[in-house]
Design a binder for this molecule. Structure first.
Ligand code: SAM
Length: 232
């Protein structure tokens, strides 16, 4: 490949790391696997944003929706939801579950960096556990994606592994992932890193995900960090 553009450079760096589609398709093939988020409860922070009215029913884009547990919750709360995942197995699971729950969601089976949603703006963009599986160079594409699809005054939220936590969360230098040709199961973040990466957005809150004393309709995991940001 001759690198002639930013797109070429992104592709070249992608090619040094694991092919994500195949990995996630096999991951979602067996629904009975003992994976904490193979459940149907929404994230505790998402429920709190909705209940406290940080986020009111609006057009929402979910990145890396998995089995659709958060998208379905939002649709039930009256949000108009577009939910994207590159795994066809995850999207099939989410589509079936949405039909069982009788909610309408626009599911898109696509890599978030190949999305074709021309001119579409969303008031809320939600990511639970996708961002930490992206390679460092893809943070650039990720911020471009948020800037492109988030309406002015819109908000976005991510949840990610904390560094060296119970579920992983690598704290290696960005350079090391390319040397090792591995993301080591996912990148770990802390408050300062999230503030640095998303500095062009206004921070509403960054905190640890709650995992104890949750209501039965809430999902939470230890050693996750959650953030809510606003576009000026
Ligand atoms: C840890 S899972 C979380 C799934 C879901 N958000 C949840 O919390 O239940 C990460 C998800 O991101 C998806 N994903 C990873 N990289 C992606 C990409 N580049 N484009 C679209 N989806 C991606 C995976 O297929 C997987 O469903």
């Amino acid at each position: 490949m001759i690198v002639k553009s930013e797109h070429d450079l992104m592709q070249l760096l992608d090619s040094l790391l694991r092919e994500p589609k195949e990995f996630w398709d096999s991951f979602y093939k067996e629904k009975s696997n003992d994976i904490p988020f193979f459940c149907d409860t929404p994230d505790e922070h998402l429920v709190k944003y909705v209940e406290r009215e940080n986020i009111r029913p609006c057009h929402v884009l979910e990145l890396g929706c998995g089995n659709g547990r958060n998208a379905i919750y939002l649709a039930k709360q009256g949000f108009s939801v577009t939910a994207v995942d590159l795994s066809k197995e995850a999207i099939a699971w989410a589509t079936d579950q949405a039909a069982n729950d009788n909610v309408q969601i626009h599911f898109v089976c696509e890599n978030i960096f190949d999305l074709d949603l021309p001119c579409q703006k969303f008031n809320f963009i939600y990511d639970s556990g996708c961002f930490h599986h992206l390679a460092p160079h893809r943070r650039i594409s990720y911020i471009q994606l948020i800037q492109k699809h988030l309406a002015n005054k819109g908000q976005f939220s991510i949840s990610a592994f904390k560094e060296n936590g119970k579920y992983g969360g690598s704290s290696l230098s960005d350079q090391q992932y390319y040397i090792d040709r591995s993301l080591h199961g996912g990148l770990g973040y802390n408050k300062e890193k999230l503030q640095a990466i998303f500095h062009e957005f206004m921070e509403i809150e960054i905190r640890d995900m709650q995992y104890e004393h949750l209501h039965e309709n809430e999902f939470g995991l230890e050693d996750f960090i959650v953030g809510l940001f606003k576009k000026a």
